[in-house]
Design a protein around this ligand. Sequence first.
Ligand code: SF4
Length: 338
Amino acid sequence: MRIQDIQQRLRDHGAKTGHEQRVLRAWLRAQALDAGPQKRLVQDVLPKSVREILPALSTELETLARVKSEHPAQDGSARLLVELADGQTVESVLLPRDGVCVSTQVGCAVGCTFCMTGREGLLRQVGSAEIVAQVILARARRPVKKVVFMGMGEPAHNLDNVFEAIELLGTLGQIGHKQIVFSTVGDRRAFERLPLGVVKPALALSLHTTRADLREQLLPRAPRIDPAELVELGEKYARDTGYPIQYQWTLLEGVNDSDEEVEGIIKLLTGKYALMNFIPYNTIADLPYKRPSWQRAATMAGMLHQRGILSRLRNSAGQDVEGGCGQLRARTARVEFK
Ligand code: SF4
């Protein structure tokens, strides 16, 4: 279900813009539409024809996504295995400091060689209402002030649903625009759409290497955009919005942790409105990669700092419960994490 379907249904039953917003706001606050504190407001404000469809609509919204299992991690994050109405599953991660990481696709077509999500390809798109439902499931558990689109899937491959969700979250959902992070491997269609939205999210670009040939190997089905061009496209958006681009770099020992890569980053990012996030690889069984030592990663971040490039070294949230970057997947009961 898409958000526009919900809106259309309400309009078809006589809802005006204000009525529609009231219903959507209650949903976004994880409140029942026709019970509890909403009941009085609903009775006083909404036309009878709209009130009559609320019980059925509530049930549908509740069954869009449900938490099948919850896996708290030591760092305060938690991985949620979320079942969608058709039985497919995605994963969301409750992040420390009031954030949630949501999934935009079941599986992923990009097939990054260090990521679990893309191993079985793309199974289906996640609808805009299903994306928002993940935020609502998180809100039912803890406050949410930040939403990052870094879970399963490539958001640029599901632009209509992702932008619909972003618009609702950044308006009626009251999430600050900078607190919404659109993450992509880089896709020209995304760069065309991003500046046009009512809500302009912050942008994270998954770079991973400065070498075009290595990038093709690591991200085999990402659009062929040279790293230098990707940085130029990002820089334009950063200057237009006033938010720095967050470059994502999964550190793989012996693959993209060399001094040459650091020099390449310095060449690409000097003078750019950018922040480099180094994320040491999270171990995935059967994959040939290793994470470099923390000391090596810190040295790389230090080298960038010395040359005036902001960089951060961080561990993914929730690694101990397989909730870290690259570890999310459409788990069946058979592979469910214990
Ligand atoms: Fe897809 Fe992101 Fe995994 Fe790459 S890292 S396969 S883009 S989910």
